[in-house]
Design a protein around this ligand. Structure first.
Ligand code: HEC
Ligand code: HEC
Ligand code: HEC
Ligand code: HEC
Ligand code: HEC
Ligand code: HEC
Ligand code: HEC
Length: 413
């Protein structure tokens, strides 16, 4: 286990940069990365999603707005969410060392200065993170990728120090293949003589694209285009048709936390058994292992819902072709489809009859919990604030129930 510290500045209402928050991130196992590359089907990943649009227009139209699709991108004024405006473009690591985010034409760079003189600088080349929660940035140096010292923290709308960077800026934090395996659709890992990791720049496919979840889709598209009368799909994998463990593995590649790799990055394909490619770690149901690299698979599979319903998987509730965020009612309909009192037990809680339960099962049973893995330390105030995430351990939470009732009673006149 490795303890990493990071700092986030916080802005409170009516105040300027208030202080520095320290995030103590308990990143468990550092994934053993791959020393060589085998490309079983590299070309299949590099498909152009727009070919799919011709025949799957609705899915394509909604998918291109999702966090998956925008999860990584070349750096530009659109993809970088932080501000380059004067007054908002400087992050202070300590009293002497600051990093300025500079826009020069179509080039964006981070410039680290000590007592006002530049000591090092590098361009924003690759953006990781759609900006839903946060973003971090990478730069190319020959065929290697390195993380920039300053990231963007969406909830406060400010620049912050990158996860794992202590209270000074540096530019030699190398990116390993596993990071890109979860955050891009494909990049070719080049053989390298020593302990470095090199990638082919041109091969990188940004975002999480159709073919990442639907292997065989290039061959499928070519075949269907050649046989326009054909109504049956050929060659492409639809995760819904797999057995349950393989359906869970389809999402588990990226949504079961950091894993110890047994095989090279990008060798797993949807339809394979994930256990042959990497090993996950045990999960606690208390939220203490949750962070932005959360383990939805571990928490869900520990829930009674999952254990008692052989058909349940991640897409019982999620349509990954759409953006479904902050929609408790939509998700509650999924709960009620099983908990209608006939197929499965209905809710037994007794509350004031004016409180409507059916609009929001999730805030009581899948509450947003304080993570104990990430603690925010407001350095000036000496206060510790936790980070918050939606728990996928579906259960009865008396404290969540109490705050739900408080909130909904207060909301009425
Ligand atoms: C020329 C038309 C055409 C193109 C192009 C095309 N598909 Fe299809 N696809 C079909 C047809 C027809 C079906 C079968 C009917 C259906 O499920 O819509 C299908 C079905 C599918 C299925 C479901 C398979 C199943 O077994 O349930 C997936 C997944 C899929 N396509 C993905 C893709 C992806 C990804 C692309 C782009 C790389 C793509 N398709 C391009 C025509 C096309
Ligand atoms: C095992 C897969 C995996 C690995 C490895 C991984 N990530 Fe992530 N990362 C995720 C997932 C999944 C999320 C979204 C988390 C959630 O909502 O639960 C995420 C979230 C993020 C976010 C915030 C995006 C947002 O808005 O939610 C950033 C930034 C990020 N990762 C950067 C990195 C970097 C940099 C590396 C490598 C040094 C890395 N990640 C390694 C899977 C991974
Ligand atoms: C994150 C993984 C993921 C990505 C990315 C993804 N899909 Fe899917 N897709 C799924 C899953 C899971 C299903 C099965 C959904 C179900 O039946 O509940 C599916 C089902 C389908 C189907 C079968 C018909 C249907 O409506 O369910 C088609 C067609 C399809 N996807 C096309 C696409 C296209 C085209 C893209 C890109 C624009 C895409 N998918 C991107 C995971 C993904
Ligand atoms: C290749 C890695 C990968 C795979 C496979 C994958 N995801 Fe994700 N997923 C991510 C990352 C990374 C993010 C964070 C995106 C961001 O905000 O930058 C994410 C975000 C999400 C979100 C939050 C989206 C939002 O708008 O808030 C949901 C829900 C989700 N994934 C569900 C799934 C499901 C269900 C599957 C399986 C069908 C799946 N994912 C497969 C990597 C993956
Ligand atoms: C696919 C069907 C299905 C879906 C969808 C589903 N559940 Fe369940 N859930 C079950 C089954 C089956 C049980 C076990 C009931 C029993 O023990 O008799 C269960 C158990 C529970 C329990 C009791 C947990 C415990 O530890 O005692 C709660 C609370 C619950 N579900 C809430 C929810 C909520 C909230 C949702 C939506 C976010 C949901 N469920 C979605 C099938 C489902
Ligand atoms: C019983 C329903 C249900 C199931 C099953 C389910 N989720 Fe979720 N998930 C939710 C709800 C509800 C939210 C909050 C959505 C919102 O903001 O409206 C959510 C949010 C998310 C997010 C956004 C990050 C966060 O913490 O807010 C990710 C990522 C995600 N789910 C991944 C998954 C994956 C992967 C699986 C399968 C292991 C899965 N979910 C299974 C109900 C479910
Ligand atoms: C105000 C918070 C709250 C809301 C909203 C809520 N529940 Fe509950 N639910 C509870 C509590 C608390 C219990 C435990 C009650 C007890 O044991 O007396 C419970 C019990 C349950 C159980 C377990 C029943 C059993 O077999 O013991 C299920 C299933 C359930 N809820 C499902 C749901 C679903 C589905 C919804 C949305 C329609 C929902 N709940 C909305 C608080 C809530």
């Amino acid at each position: 286990m490795k303890l990493l510290k990071l700092r986030f500045p916080v802005i409170r209402p009516g105040q300027h940069l208030r202080g520095v928050i320290v995030l103590s991130l308990l990143l468990a196992l550092v994934v053993i990365s791959n020393l060589f590359f085998i490309s079983p089907d590299g070309h299949a990943v590099a498909s152009n999603d727009s070919t799919c649009a011709g025949c799957h227009r609705d899915i394509h139209e909604s998918f291109i707005h999702t966090a998956h699709f925008h999860d990584s991108a070349p750096a530009d004024s659109n993809s970088i969410k932080g501000s380059f405006e004067e007054g908002k473009n400087v992050f202070a690591f300590n009293a002497f060392m600051t990093v300025a985010m500079l826009k020069e034409g179509n080039t964006y760079r981070q410039s680290a200065t000590v007592n006002g003189s530049e000591v090092q600088s590098a361009n924003f080349d690759v953006v990781i993170g759609s900006g839903r929660n946060g973003q971090t940035y990478l730069y190319w140096a020959n065929n290697q990728l390195f993380q920039l010292p300053v990231s963007y923290y969406r909830p406060a709308g400010v620049w912050c120090n990158s996860p794992g960077f202590p209270n000074y800026a540096f530019f030699n934090r190398e990116i390993r293949p596993n990071c890109l395996e979860c955050h891009t659709s494909y990049v070719k890992v080049l053989p390298s003589a020593d302990n470095h990791f090199e990638f082919s720049r041109e091969s990188m496919v940004f975002g999480i694209t159709c073919s990442r979840c639907h292997p065989g889709s290039d061959q499928h598209a070519a075949y269907q285009l050649d046989h326009p009368g054909e109504k049956e799909a050929k060659y492409v994998v639809n995760p819904a048709r797999l057995g349950r463990q393989l359906r869970m593995d389809a999402c588990g590649l990226c949504h079961s936390g950091f894993r110890v790799a047994l095989k090279p990055a990008f060798s797993f394909k949807v339809g394979d058994s994930l256990a042959l490619y990497s090993i996950g770690k045990p999960v606690s149901q208390q939220g203490d292992t949750l962070d932005v690299h959360g383990n939805q698979v571990g928490l869900l599979t520990a829930s009674k819902c999952y254990m008692s319903s052989p058909g349940m998987d991640c897409f019982t509730c999620h349509d990954v072709h759409k953006t479904q965020f902050n929609e408790p009612k939509l998700f509650s309909e999924k709960c009620v489809s099983c908990h209608d009192g006939l197929t499965g037990p209905a809710c037994t809680v007794k509350v004031d009859k004016n409180i409507v339960l059916s609009d929001n099962c999730v805030d009581c049973h899948m509450p947003i919990r304080a993570s104990r893995a990430i603690t925010l330390n407001v350095a000036n105030g000496g206060q510790f604030l936790p980070d918050y995430l939606r728990s996928h351990y579906i259960a009865v939470y008396p404290d969540a129930m109490a705050s739900f009732v408080r909130k909904h009673s207060a909301a009425r006149p």
